[in-house]
Design a protein around this ligand. Structure first.
Ligand code: SF4
Length: 205
């Protein structure tokens, strides 16, 4: 039997009492530090390479019983808002069954869709974890290699606008990347009035 036939896409996986949902491998960014650009698709023993974007029925099935988890986290290895409308439908369904939903995002959905989508998240996600990744545009562009111009400013604007619709917002940055000043990243978050968390390279959570 070929590798193709034996491979089963990992849509849901459990870490630290949370259920993570891998709904697409597509991204707007091409982060130099991303495992997938370094030929490494495995996160904590889960191979997150998808043969195709899973349909909503498979996503909901992969989420399991919401009551079994602290949070259901739309995560990746990819950017969940590339499938914004599927994400909204799945998250709304899971929330109606009692799930607490977190979205881990690059914060670029407004730029990608050409409109402010933050109100779409109202009563859909309970918390947002937004990858700030750097304290300024040049450092961000160097590490994240965005395909669209104005990406860094768009992330900041997304975070500001989302405050009206999502109760808990956290900006994140990866510790240890050259030129990334974690203290300065924290100040960016403080200035916007949201939380900050630094992440460890290669660790999902
Ligand atoms: S946003 Fe995440 S999944 Fe996409 S390229 Fe960057 S690190 Fe990789």
């Amino acid at each position: 039997m070929s590798e193709l036939q034996t491979k089963c896409d990992v849509i849901g996986y459990t870490l630290n009492g949370n259920r993570y949902l891998n709904i697409t491998n597509r991204c707007t960014l091409r982060c130099a530090f991303c495992p997938k650009f370094n030929g490494e698709w495995t996160v904590r023993d889960h191979d997150l390479r998808l043969m195709r974007d899973p349909p909503i029925e498979k996503i909901i099935e992969a989420a399991g019983a919401p009551g079994d988890y602290k949070e259901i986290v739309f995560c990746g290895l990819g950017e969940p808002t590339m499938r914004l409308y599927t994400l909204i439908e799945a998250a709304s369904h899971l929330r109606s069954r009692g799930a607490r939903v977190r979205l881990n995002t690059d914060g670029l959905a407004n730029l990608v869709y050409g409109r402010d989508v933050t109100s779409d998240l109202n009563n859909v996600v309970d918390s947002l974890s937004i990858s700030l990744n750097a304290q300024d545009r040049d450092t961000y562009n160097r590490h994240c290699r965005p395909k669209l111009s104005g990406a860094y400013e768009s992330v900041l604007d997304f975070a500001r606008r989302a405050r009206d619709f999502v109760p808990q917002i956290t900006l994140t940055a990866v510790d240890g990347l050259p030129g990334v000043d974690i203290g300065a990243c924290r100040k960016v978050a403080d200035d916007i009035g949201v939380n900050f968390r630094h992440r460890v390279l290669g660790v999902v959570g």
